[in-house]
Unconditional design. Structure first.
Length: 199
C-alpha cells in the first residue's frame, strides 16, 4: 500500500503521480490475474486430457487383453477342429476306397459266402467309423454357429421303424386317424339328430 505523508498529500502533482502508479499497479495485477487464469485453464485442460488418457488406456488394455485370450482360445479350438476334420477325411477316404474295391461280379461262386461276409464286414466297419466320426465332429461343433451337416446313418436293420421315434409314430397315427374320428363324430351327430326328429 502507498503511504502518504501530510506534506506529500498536500501536493496535487504527487497525488497524480501516486494515482498513476496505483493504476499501473492495478493494470499489472490485472495482467497477472489474466495470466494466472490462462495458466489455470491450461492446467485444467491438461488434467482432463491426462484423465482421458488414463481411462482410454485402461479401457483398451483390458479389451485387448481379453480379446487376445478369446482369440487364442478360438485359434486352439479351430486348430483342434481342423485336425479332427483332417483325421475324419483320411478315415472316410480309406473306407470309401475299400467299399469301391468290392466287386461282387469278380467273386468266385465257390467262395461266395466268405466274400459276402467279408464285404458286409467292410460295410459295417465303414458305418461304425462314419457314426463315430460324425458324433465327434458334432460334439466338437456343439458350441459353434456353423455345423457340418453330415448325413445320418441307418443301423444295419434299415426299414424297421424308418428311424422314427415312438412320439413321431404316435403323431403319424393321430394324423392318419383324425379324418376317421371327425367322420365318426359327424355320423353320431346325424344319428342323434335323426333319432330326435323321428320322435
Amino acid at each position: 500500500m502507498l503511504e502518504l505523508s501530510e506534506e506529500e498529500g498536500m501536493s496535487p502533482e504527487h497525488l497524480d503521480s501516486q494515482v498513476q502508479k496505483a493504476q499501473e499497479q492495478l493494470l499489472q495485477l490485472k495482467r497477472q490475474s489474466e495470466q494466472i487464469e490462462k495458466q489455470k485453464r491450461e492446467l485444467e485442460e491438461l488434467s482432463r486430457r491426462q484423465e482421458e488418457l488414463e481411462r482410454g488406456r485402461a479401457e483398451m488394455t483390458d479389451k485387448l487383453s481379453r480379446s487376445l485370450v478369446i482369440l487364442e482360445r478360438e485359434g486352439y479350438d479351430s486348430q483342434k477342429k481342423l485336425e479332427q476334420i483332417r483325421t475324419t477325411h483320411e478315415s472316410f477316404t480309406q473306407h470309401l476306397a475299400l467299399l469301391e474295391a468290392i466287386e461282387p461280379k469278380s467273386w468266385n461262386p465257390a467262395e461266395l459266402p466268405k466274400e459276402l461276409s467279408r464285404a458286409l464286414s467292410t460295410v459295417d466297419d465303414a458305418r461304425t467309423e462314419f457314426s463315430q466320426q460324425r458324433s465327434r465332429l458334432e460334439a466338437g461343433n456343439s458350441d459353434q454357429s456353423a455345423d457340418l451337416d453330415l448325413p445320418e446313418t441307418s443301423s444295419g436293420l434299415s426299414g424297421i421303424g424308418g428311424g422314427k421315434t415312438f412320439a413321431q409314430w404316435v403323431g403319424i397315427g393321430f394324423a392318419v386317424t383324425l379324418p376317421l374320428i371327425i367322420f365318426g363324430i359327424i355320423a353320431l351327430l346325424v344319428f342323434f339328430w335323426m333319432t330326435a326328429k323321428g320322435q
